[in-house]
Write a protein that binds this ligand. Structure first.
Ligand code: EPZ
Length: 423
């Protein structure tokens, strides 16, 4: 058992200016999209986190030549030497997002062999929407044990793929499969998260023919080939939310010049409802209130309240005045952090095991203790709680933190947070 942990102590109000890394959930799908091209692409503003390292490993295993500079956050990927269309179970099991190479591999080779990605603690994370979409595009998919083998006949046809839920990954995977298929594909009820739109902008730079709308539809008209790109990844709105909530829970004030407020409307509205002062004239500036109000939060697909900020928001609400209600509608088991926050003295009730609703009664103080992170965003919630709790908090499960953030503990430290990664 690794003894690596985050050590967090009660901190003064955070104060200062901080810049965002590139969005992890944009980089992962855009890295997969490079399989669609032959040649050398350059991605800038790429965060150095373990999920990114994992995707680098995957592309290398397929035959790509990848160089990454963590200092400059520049990633170079040459895909002209990709010859492999198989992804091993070991790779798939290390990171679920590996499934995002299935669409590009089908588009490039007309076939793909991948292992079923495992679930995780927040949910079973099925990929049925992805597979139904590929089948609609003409793929034939067989399963042997945990392995999937898909083949795609290159036929020109008009396809209409209806997503029963606006799945981010399914939208991305189906779009990446369709861009090299002759004919037109319409994805109905598509996801429009900013990270999906960053992928759309990259595909269009490659030469893809994509239009968004009317409504929640995306139209793709296939082309014969796509060219390598140079692209700046969008800033990470989830890191922005985490930093703003760190200021909120410590009663501080911070400025994030490269934050994009127009991708965070509902989240910022909720911060304002708590009584925090938000200024979006240049990036995002928060002046936190020292007596935050309880609010209600319900997660939803974009532009709704992001499920990836539900846990950090819950941490902030444990110290608000009054009773807050938090409902998680995107994943079936994303309240695991409740038990860890309760160890710190939070008063939270979750009705029944299958409930997706938590009632948070604000308390005056939290007490630092040993806690365990269960996923990336739970690790953020516990770190934030530790900044406000008396004494010290030791958070294990720190691999989740390192999967999702690029040295966020250093950014919090520069803002006055008492937090360090103990290897
Ligand atoms: C992406 O996951 C993100 N990951 C998640 O971030 C994020 O929480 C999620 O979108 C929602 O915004 C990446 O982009 C790498 P979904 P994804 O498909 O694509 C169900 C983080 O912490 N579903 O929109 O897997 C699914 O079980 C991670 O950074 C099916 O039932 O999310 C879930 O309940 C966590 N069948 C819901 O849809 C499918 O085929 C939303 O999933 C696909 C999904």
């Amino acid at each position: 058992m690794s003894n690596k942990h985050l050590l967090i102590k009660k901190s003064p109000p955070l104060n200062g200016t901080v810049h965002l890394a590139g969005a992890k959930n944009a980089v992962l799908t855009i890295m997969a999209s490079l399989i669609l091209t032959n040649g050398r692409s350059i991605l800038r503003n790429v965060p150095d986190s373990n999920d990114i390292r994992q995707m680098i490993q995957l592309l290398t295993n397929l035959g790509a030549t990848v160089t990454f500079s963590p200092e400059s956050n520049i990633l170079e990927v040459n895909t002209s030497s990709i010859t492999n269309f198989q992804v091993s179970p070991e790779i798939m099991n290390k990171m679920r997002a590996s499934i995002l190479v299935m669409g590009p591999l089908l588009a490039r080779f007309g076939q793909a062999e991948v292992a079923l990605p495992g679930g995780c603690l927040i949910g079973t994370r099925p990929i049925d929407f992805h597979l139904k979409g590929f089948t609609k595009l003409g793929a034939i998919i067989g399963q042997t044990g945990h392995s999937l083998h898909a083949t795609l006949q290159k036929t020109s046809q008009e396809n209409r793929v209806i997503l029963e839920y606006p799945s981010v990954g399914a939208t991305e995977n189906i779009m990446m499969c369709a861009v090299l298929m002759l004919g037109t594909t319409t994805i109905v009820n598509a996801a429009f998260e900013p990270e999906v739109l960053d992928l759309v902008s990259v595909l269009k730079k490659m030469g893809a023919k994509i239009t968004c709308g009317p409504g929640l539809t995306i139209q793709i008209t296939g082309v014969h080939s796509l060219r390598p790109v140079v692209h700046d990844i969008i800033p990470d709105r989830l890191e922005a939310g985490s930093l703003l909530l760190a200021a909120a829970i410590t009663g501080g004030q911070i400025h994030i010049p490269n934050a994009q407020p127009d991708t965070m409307d509902i989240f910022l509205e909720k911060l304002a409802q708590m009584g925090h002062e938000i200024d979006c004239s240049h990036g995002i500036y928060i002046k936190a209130t020292t007596s935050p109000l309880a609010i209600n939060v319900k997660t939803a697909p974009y532009p709704g309240f992001p499920t990836d900020l539900q846990a950090p928001m819950m941490a902030a609400l444990t110290l608000a005045n009054g009773v807050s209600e938090i409902e998680e509608t995107v994943f079936e088991n994303r309240l695991i952090h409740v038990q860890e926050l309760k160890k710190m003295g939070a008063q939270i009730d979750v009705a029944g095991t299958s409930s997706r609703k938590a009632i948070v009664r604000g308390v005056k103080t939290l007490c630092g203790c040993e806690v365990v992170a269960s996923d990336i965003r739970a690790s953020c919630a516990l770190a934030l709680a530790g900044l406000a709790a008396t004494g010290q908090t030791k958070m294990t499960g720190v691999h989740h933190w390192k999967r999702g953030y690029d040295q966020l503990e250093q950014k919090l430290g520069l803002l006055g947070g008492n937090i360090s990664l103990i290897a």
